[in-house]
Design a protein around this ligand. Sequence first.
Ligand SMILES: Nc1ncnc2c1ncn2[C@@H]1O[C@H](COP(=O)(O)OP(=O)(O)O)[C@@H](O)[C@H]1O
Ligand SMILES: [Mg+2]
Length: 382
Amino acid sequence: MDPIANPFAPGAGTPPPELAGRDELREEIRIAIERIRLGRPAKSILMVGLRGVGKTVLLERMRTDAERRGTQTLRIEAPEDRSLPAILAPSLRRALRGLAGFANALKVKYADIEVGVDFAPEPGLADNGDLQQDLQALLESAAEAAQKAGTAIAIFIDELQYVKEDELAALITALHRTTQRALPVVLVGAGLPQLRGRMGKAKSYAERLFDFPEIGALPREAAQRAIAKPVRDQGADITADALARIIEETHGYPYFLQEWGKHSWDMARASPIELKDVEKASKAAIAALDESFFRVRFDRLTPAEKRYLRAMAELGPGPHRSGDIADQLRREVTAFGPTRNALISKGMIWSPSHGDTAFTVPLFDQFMHRIMPGDDWRTASG
Ligand SMILES: Nc1ncnc2c1ncn2[C@@H]1O[C@H](COP(=O)(O)OP(=O)(O)O)[C@@H](O)[C@H]1O
Ligand SMILES: [Mg+2]
């Protein structure tokens, strides 16, 4: 069918034609923000889930939802190699500036950090030893300005798992303080599953300040809607068995749904999209994923890291015991400590429980079999 009319949108952070299965969570966020605005307690929310489940697009949708209701929002992506405060501070200042007149009154009070005037990145704030205090002061003054303006500040942060532990601790402490003062500020974050444990390690009371809803594959009905609705919105249709096959192949993972939807549409000569179209599309969809979604992650790995992941893949989708992975490579578990840690900080794997290792990318085990076929990896050095 006409590729120009193809509604599907595979791609990191690319908004889907139908954001299926996330209404409940959007409503939860709406309630939390509105409560905060009224000075009522509500927990901040950190959504955790694997790559490609739709965290980034959900975060952005929640932000536009909140913005439309008059909430002052700011959105950042936690950098892999820079400090969080260095990025958060200018955004907070911009928010303060947005809350205009109120910021002026505060400028006197917080003259030492010059709220609302400076747009340049903040080497001082990021690097000095008082990071915790500075972030807290800035967050409090922004929240006070929001309170005076009768609104709330909602901070949306993506990829939170990359934030260093002391910076996470500073963020948690600052939020703890605004919560105690019933100031209208809430954090809505997203990250890989390891985020939850990292928060607890950074500050033991983090669990009390945050909810950690898990974002995963879509349940059957939502997955079906994610495909069928966009097709029908274009005036076309898809047969029941074709739809069932897409759900089966993708396991309901949002990124894969988009990829299969896109290729099934392109393969079909005419509406409706049929099973044979999906069968042909599967090959193209997998090839496209191998070239993009999987590949960008694979290309960032060292040879030793690739071997480790290949050994994991040999055991199946996981999670796997570290000992079993080491056995595949015929070495002691301790020999792989650094490799495993590096893979965790690159966001490739995580540890669902002590001694267990799992992929953060769905179906990555099958990709590893395709990209490193055969048995050479067992003997290769590196
Ligand atoms: N609820 C959903 N329904 C349908 N497609 C979705 C949904 N959420 C995300 N997607 C699609 O999945 C892909 C990955 O989304 P993204 O937000 O980048 O995932 P993550 O941030 O978790 O890695 C995008 O192509 C997006 O359009
Ligand atoms: Mg993302």
